[in-house]
Write a protein that binds this ligand. Structure first.
Ligand code: IPM
Ligand code: MG
Length: 371
């Protein structure tokens, strides 16, 4: 009985907290215009496993690309060290307070992968950062030009299954429950981001992907609100898809090239973007942007690859995914020419051979950019 009462009072507290979060979103300050900043501070967070290796190489690339602007003080590159699993476990915080304070002095961040312990109560650093900086839009492009694939995923990034993912209830020996949260302002803002992107980039088709036939409240509301926003964009075709059939359609070569923009809740977005990245050539090839109104964080889509470190292959880690993220970062801070320079170097140099070190691969990129 005690368990039930505890669970009920825990649920009440969660509900009140989520209502308050929803109200904060509704009353949020206007978005910062990243293209108009006098000085842009780019924080580079090293992370775990292969993280320091690939962020180290990214620093070299950014220094080469931004040399003039760094010298002129228009860009500050700020390494942020210590967001490691060891430090996080030692202080019992997903992002130790002093590191979070440093992160908040930056405008945009380039982040190496951080390890997420399975089970236990330690929250993922990614999830914590998305929440602390309110990075509500996870934007992941995937393209395979020779197959006509040009997709972009707008994954809701701060709620759904994630927001209370480490705070479910348990009646030991009997059952457990996790919670999924969909708020009205949280859904409208991701829908707005997706449709605005579609409009500004000449995209004509948005797929809303849910499982609203089963998750009736949360996904049902998500879909309904997306349609409400869609009504303001009459030139864009909108269709509802269920996540299960969508995972099949992505591997259906006959139909997949019709998709353009995907709009979806957090967990489905997590899963399907790995699938999409694999179609492009593997999760190591894709970049990911986490956008909010005040901050933005760019990261590789893959994990920290602890096995590469254990087997002594860390030096061969592939920095391509985090560098694709750096391309998005440069676009976000309105440096399109530099973004293109890096992007075309990545395209021209091609996939990193397995036996080429991260450093040698980066040398090639830098040479190419300076050619
Ligand atoms: C991603 C990752 C993260 C997520 C993990 C590392 C918490 O898989 O960015 O897709 O689940 O969102
Ligand atoms: Mg994922």
């Amino acid at each position: 009985m005690n368990y039930v009462e505890n669970a009920v009072s825990q649920f009440r507290a969660l509900l009140e907290e989520q209502i308050a979060r929803s109200e904060r979103m509704r009353d949020a300050a206007p978005a910062k215009d990243f293209s108009k900043l006098q000085t842009v501070t780019i924080g580079v967070i090293d992370g775990d496993g292969i993280g320091p290796i690939i962020t180290g190489q990214s620093m070299r690339v950014l220094r080469a690309l931004l040399a003039e602007e760094i010298a002129a003080g228009r860009i500050v590159l700020k390494p942020i060290e210590g967001l490691t699993i060891e430090n996080r476990l030692a202080v019992g915080e997903a992002i130790p307070k002093d590191i979070l304070a440093e992160i908040k002095t930056c405008d945009v961040l380039l982040k190496g992968p951080t390890e997420t312990p399975k089970g236990g109560t330690m929250e993922s650093a990614n999830v914590a950062m998305r929440r602390e900086l309110d990075l509500y839009a996870n934007v992941r492009p995937v393209s395979v030009p020779e197959q006509g694939i040009d997709w972009i995923f707008f994954r809701e990034n701060t709620e759904g299954e994630y927001v209370l993912g480490s705070r479910g209830v348990e009646i030991p020996g009997t059952l457990c429950m996790d919670f999924k949260v969909t708020t009205v302002p949280g859904t409208k803002r991701i829908a707005r981001a997706a449709f605005e992107y579609a409009k500004q980039n000449g995209k004509k088709y948005v797929a809303i992907v849910t499982k609203a036939n089963i998750m009736k409240k949360t996904d049902g509301t998500f879909s309904a609100l997306c349609h409400e926003i869609a009504a303001e964009y009459p030139d864009i075709e909108v269709e509802d898809w269920y996540i299960d059939i969508m995972t099949a359609k992505l591997v259906d070569e006959k139909t997949r090239s019709k998709f353009q923009v995907f709009l979806l809740p957090n967990l489905y977005g997590d899963i399907i973007t790995d699938e999409a990245a694999q179609i492009q050539g593997g999760v190591g090839t894709a970049g990911s942007a986490n956008l909010g109104d005040q901050y933005a964080m760019f990261e590789a889509i893959h994990g920290s690859a602890p096995r590469m470190i254990e087997t002594g292959r860390g030096g061969f880690a592939n920095p391509a995914s985090i560098l694709r993220a750096a391309v998005m970062l440069l676009r976000h801070i309105a440096r399109p020419a530099l973004a293109e320079k890096l992007e075309s170097a990545l395209d021209a140099v091609g996939e990193k051979p397995r036996e080429m070190t991260a450093e040698a691969y980066t040398d090639l990129l830098i040479q190419r950019m300076q050619a």
